[in-house]
Ligand binder design. Sequence first.
Ligand code: TMP
Length: 204
Amino acid sequence: MFLTLEGIDGCGKTTQAHLLVERLRETEKSCGGVVWTKEPGGWPGGEKIRDLVLRDGLEHPLSELFLFLADRCEHVLQVIAPALKEGKIVICERYTDSTLAYQSWGRGLPLEKIEELFRWCGFPSPDKTIWIDLPAPAAYHRMAGRGRMDRLEEEGTVFLEKVRSGFSFLAERDRGRIVRIDGEKDISGISAEILDTVLAFLHQ
Ligand code: TMP
């Protein structure tokens, strides 16, 4: 099973991904294992691309897009596809929906072109996607409390709200796959809802 977690910066994805991995490792002992990974940078050597794409310096939205795609090609080839082949549950923080929400809604690149590139790259589709939805001001407030921000985080609430509307569109369009979770609830409430959704899907 290939599961992705999505949402704007500061929505609580990383905390929730770790809680989910922990719970699944306890409850799903009979499966082939649970692999946690993330984008960008979730493959050996991937930190270099992560650094390049999140630090200052890029000005062209297409350079940003192609770096995320290059990162994903290696990530799929070296980490995701082998783990899925071995029957493991793969939990990935950010994947194709982030590219659509950030690079299309956020940067204005055409959705259909990006999706055409996904098909050309042969990226596997997630079986289930959890979208942790949080309004941009609340997410921004959380990030500001954490200290230094990266290039995309510094874009501010207007940008994040555009990205959020991208996730909202995708959740409506792909409603069989994407499940919206209210990110304004407390950590344990969100975690329980995510676990219920995932277990229901795993044991259907
Ligand atoms: P992270 O800090 O949550 O790992 O995310 C890194 C940043 O990269 C975040 O601002 C979202 C952005 N991003 C894109 O813009 N497009 C993508 O395809 C991916 C995977 C991430």
